[in-house]
Design a protein around this ligand. Structure first.
Ligand SMILES: NC(=O)c1ccc[n+]([C@@H]2O[C@H](COP(=O)([O-])OP(=O)(O)OC[C@H]3O[C@@H](n4cnc5c(N)ncnc54)[C@H](O)[C@@H]3O)[C@@H](O)[C@H]2O)c1
Length: 307
């Protein structure tokens, strides 16, 4: 799979340029495998950097899934902005991005605050000149049976997951539409398709994200912007670690049973999805070249949900 640059040219790095026979030359102005970026990334031999020249913003990338996506994008040659409320975490991820040979930017952004989101996205464009890829990923988890679910907590969940995705999309397409290019990627969940007890807010928000993404596939098409959702199964991150004792208490079962029955019981192999599994799908979607793949959701969940 090859990503394309502004001129739609494939970014392919080769140890030997097949046109000139010169070792270490790259096509279309892309750094050769001998460049510091490639050496730093530990790349050897034939090499395809799928996101060379790409600029991405990933919300909630100071931790967990977002962080892994940001680092994977950087390893594939993208410059990446981290939009988060946790600035200490964001700065650490930026340092890791720079270790991978790409450029990073920490942007303070509460995704529920429209002016902060707009200002953050503008900051990314000022620094890197454009936005090719948006990953709307910031999220939290709150679980209760409905009879105990405080309404303000329900609204907070919808506001962060769905409102945040709406605001980030609105801010990013202002920069994507004039360039007739862009990839909108939303972090859904198996819970975009399947319900679970105690998760009225989360499941409602994640179902809503499917709707938002599908509308964006329709609205974005004439502007060259595609829109897709990633739907992971359970991934061991702080968000999930926190749920294990909470669910054990609410359901009156052991923590082991929460993992084996509630979280992984419907998978084909009782395995957690990994951070890298999700990041690999995010790289695939960012690097995909055309609007053939739009309005879709891709589920990585060890078969928990089969679409
Ligand atoms: N971990 C899983 O099993 C799993 C499965 C499916 C989907 N997801 C989704 O993946 C996304 C990331 O979750 P994670 O597990 O990596 O969680 P995490 O807790 O490791 O990371 C969440 C990040 O979002 C940030 N954040 C929270 N509220 C924010 C706000 N208002 N504005 C900006 N940033 C904010 C946090 O600071 C943190 O950096 C979420 O949307 C979650 O619903 C997670």
């Amino acid at each position: 799979m090859h990503a394309t640059g502004d001129q739609g040219l494939p970014f392919v790095l080769q140890s030997t340029n097949r046109l000139t026979g010169k070792a270490g030359q790259a096509r279309h102005g892309v750094p050769s495998v001998e460049s510091p970026r490639c050496r730093k990334a530990g790349r050897q031999g034939d090499l395809i950097m799928q996101l060379q020249g790409n600029v991405a913003i990933v919300s909630g990338a100071s931790s967990g899934i977002g962080r892994q996506i940001a680092l994977s994008y950087a390893r594939e040659g993208a410059n990446v902005a981290i939009g988060d409320i946790d600035m200490d975490g964001a700065k650490k991820v930026v340092a890791e991005i720079e270790d991978a040979g790409s450029k990073g930017l920490a942007v303070e952004m509460n995704v529920t605050d429209e002016s902060a989101v707009n200002a953050g996205v503008d900051q990314v464009v000022e620094r890197f000149g454009k936005i090719d890829t948006m990953v709307s990923n910031a999220g939290i988890q709150i679980v209760h049976p409905i009879e105990d679910f405080p309404y303000d907590q329900f609204k907070k969940m919808i506001d962060i997951h769905l409102g945040g995705a709406f605001l980030l999309t609105k801010a990013c397409v202002r920069h994507m539409y004039p360039r007739k290019s862009g990839s909108l990627i939303y972090m859904g969940s198996v819970h975009s398709h399947e319900p679970s007890a105690l998760k009225t807010a989360y499941v409602s928000a994640k179902h809503g994200i499917l709707g938002l993404s599908r509308v964006m596939a329709k609205e974005g098409a004439k502007h060259g912007v595609r829109s897709n959702v990633i739907c992971p199964g359970f991934v061991k991150t702080p968000l999930v670690e926190k749920q294990i004792p909470e669910q054990a208490e609410s359901l009156g079962i052991s923590e082991e049973e929460v993992v084996s029955k509630i979280m992984l019981g419907e998978t084909v192999d009782t395995e957690f999805t990994t951070l890298q599994d999700v990041a690999d799908v995010a790289v695939f979607l960012a690097a995909f070249k055309t609007n053939a793949l739009t309005g879709q959701s891709i589920t990585a969940s060890h078969g928990w949900y089969m679409a």
